[in-house]
Ligand binder design. Structure first.
Ligand SMILES: Cc1cc2nc3c(=O)[nH]c(=O)nc-3n(C[C@H](O)[C@H](O)[C@H](O)COP(=O)(O)OP(=O)(O)OC[C@H]3O[C@@H](n4cnc5c(N)ncnc54)[C@H](O)[C@@H]3O)c2cc1C
Length: 392
């Protein structure tokens, strides 16, 4: 091997850059960090095609805690991620998330809100009367309750977070290499190094999989079966003639989500499960608007009865087909191959906590700030699902 780095991170999206930042910022770490990114324009990665949503409205303690940390981190980002006095602006719009439930979903909504509140999240349960008073633009037919996060929920610019992590990681000593990992050399229960598209080879002390939607493909290079697949999600952009007050990110019981974006709106829905296959392409799935999104929006928000679609883009969820949650930490047999994958639509807000967690494992050999061992790789083989019910 010609070159060597103590920690090689395969994939330089928000996760790879977050890990590099937290490693570089740890005073107990004095090794070398190399992030390998095949496309530094980030044109097709999950991060830049994301909505950047931040919410505490999850159903597991790990996900609620990770997002609470994200809010603290975002509030301090201008300070901790500043480089040479230049502070990043993550454009946090704290307009809230509003989850709506039918009578059938009310008990789950209430149980989730109780869990979120027990961790300190400021989530308000609203009955139809309170919903009508606060959100008069909603049609509440069929709605039994809503959960609204007035503080600490909203959205950021995901590209700004990615580039802020990247810039700070470089300032702290991480090196970025434009290349693609095309092979992983394993021997005697550990990873010795990686091969690169450009032909070279690189030795490593630790290899981190931060390949986003391609994480399953990267793991396969080491003979590891990781159930993370690229699942296409199409975002539609539309204009609405009727002026509305500032909307929170609103999730209808049908699963359709909508929020403002600039002077327009964006909407999304997961395709029906039987049509949600792994898909390498990024062609928008136009049928979803006509068939699912627009009927649901027009019913829930009467002003959306007359809208004009002005654009659409597709992106890949880094979708964990096992339980729609992150897979964090070492492989049980290849101890120096670490995973930071499978965020299934909530990776932007989990990047600060996941980046910090991976750095803790690498430097200190254990979690310190937040115990995320429930999200270990071992759980996959053991069949211990950590099921998230609030996947949007
Ligand atoms: C439409 C959409 C909406 C979303 N909305 C939200 C949201 O509201 N809130 C939220 O928290 N999350 C959201 N997400 C999810 C979030 O964007 C992802 O979970 C997160 O960006 C994953 O980050 P990542 O760094 O792991 O992956 P990526 O951003 O995809 O980065 C992985 C990088 O690895 C590189 N790579 C892959 N293979 C190799 C290789 N072999 N060698 C070198 N480089 C490689 C790729 O080029 C890529 O740049 C959304 C995602 C989508 C698609």
């Amino acid at each position: 091997m010609t070159r060597h780095a103590d920690v090689v991170i395969a994939g330089g999206g928000v996760m790879g850059c977050a890990i590099a930042y937290f490693l570089g910022a740890d005073p107990d770490f004095d090794g070398s960090i190399l992030v390998i990114e095949r496309d530094p324009s980030y044109a097709d990665c999950a991060t830049t095609r994301s909505w950047g949503g931040i919410r505490q409205q999850f159903s597991t303690p790990e996900n609620v805690s990770m997002s609470l940390y994200a809010v603290d981190f975002i509030r301090s980002a201008a300070e901790v991620l500043a480089v040479e006095g230049e502070a990043p602006d993550l454009m946090f719009r704290e307009q809230g998330y509003l989850f709506l439930a039918s009578a059938g979903g009310q008990a789950v909504l209430e149980a989730n809100a109780a869990l979120q509140q027990s961790f300190g999240a400021e989530i308000h349960l609203l009955d139809p009367g309170a919903l009508a008073a606060r959100f008069p633009w909603l049609n509440l037919a069929g709605i039994a309750a809503g959960a609204f996060g007035a503080h600490g929920e909203g959205w950021i610019d995901p590209s700004a977070l990615l580039h802020a992590f990247r810039r700070k990681a470089r300032a702290l000593g991480a090196t970025f290499l434009r290349d693609e990992v095309t092979g992983i050399d394993t021997a005697k229960g550990h990873v010795a190094g990686v091969s690169l598209r450009t032909g070279g080879e690189l030795g490593c002390g630790i290899l981190v999989n931060a390949a986003g939607p391609q994480a399953g493909a990267l793991a396969a290079l080491a003979g590891v079966d990781l159930p993370v697949r690229p699942r296409k999600r199409t975002t539609f952009v539309f204009d609405c003639r009727e002026p509305l007050p500032p909307l929170p990110l609103t999730i209808d019981p049908t699963g359709v989500a909508v929020r403002p974006e600039g002077g327009q709106y964006i909407a999304i829905v997961s395709p029906p499960e039987d049509q949600d296959s792994d898909s390498p392409d990024l062609e928008p799935d136009h049928n979803l608007f006509e068939e699912i999104i627009w009927p649901a929006l027009a019913e829930r928000v009467p002003a959306f009865g007359a809208v004009k679609v002005t654009g659409a883009w597709a992106g890949h969820y880094d979708y964990n087909t096992f339980d729609q949650n992150a897979v964090l930490g070492p492989h049980p047999a290849l101890g120096n191959f670490l995973f930071c994958n499978g965020f299934s639509g909530h990776g932007i807000q989990q990047s600060p906590a996941a980046g910090r967690a991976l750095a803790e494992l690498i430097v200190h050999g254990k979690y310190r700030a937040l115990d995320l061992s429930a999200l270990s790789f071992e759980r996959l083989a053991a069949g211990r699902a950590v099921k998230e019910t609030n996947v949007v």
